[in-house]
Design a protein around this ligand. Structure first.
Ligand code: ADP
Length: 147
């Protein structure tokens, strides 16, 4: 059985993230979405609310689970018995970052990282953009997946 974790902050979980999970399901038998608790980054959406919102999205899909973790990503992957880390890339900056993370996770835990390219229409969508708009009381629903 091929199992992957999809780690991230997901503050909040956008249609870009949703699309990566949906496409990842063609590659993996199970995906565990791991919401990393980050003591450095300030959160906008409380982590429990993020968990509940993502769980609701996938409540009818037994191949997707959601969990919060506060350890190293490789340790979370190991705990979940996953051998793959799923991530998405939008641009060259993402690529540089993801390559370093992938190398570290390979070296530390023997994890293989699988990168999926964003759909071009989602390339500009990030949690940061959504948080910025939200902080100015703008409607962000078009960036969030619908149930
Ligand atoms: P992190 O804080 O670990 O970067 P994010 O929650 O920002 O986590 O993103 C999780 C993963 O989803 C990352 O691999 C990121 O590149 C990817 N991602 C974010 N937005 C998009 C998008 N619009 N299209 C494809 N991948 C995306």
């Amino acid at each position: 059985m091929k199992k992957a974790i999809f780690p991230g902050s997901f503050d909040p979980f956008t249609i870009g993230h949703y699309d990566i999970v949906q496409r990842g399901l063609d590659l993996f038998d199970e995906i565990v979405i791991g919401i990393g608790r980050n003591s450095v980054k300030k959160e906008t959406f409380p982590i429990r609310e993020r968990l509940a919102a993502i769980e609701r999205l996938f409540e009818n899909n037994p191949k997707v689970r959601v969990a919060i973790y506060d350890c190293l990503t490789v340790d979370f992957a190991r705990e979940q018995n996953a051998h793959f880390i799923l991530r998405g890339i939008r641009c060259v900056e993402d690529f540089e970052y993801e390559r370093n993370m992938a190398e570290a996770n390979k070296q530390l835990g023997g994890m293989e990282t699988i990168l999926l390219y964003t759909r071009p229409e989602y390339a500009h969508i990030s949690s940061t953009l959504v948080r910025d708009l939200y902080s100015y009381n703008k409607d962000v629903s078009e960036f969030l997946p619908k149930r």
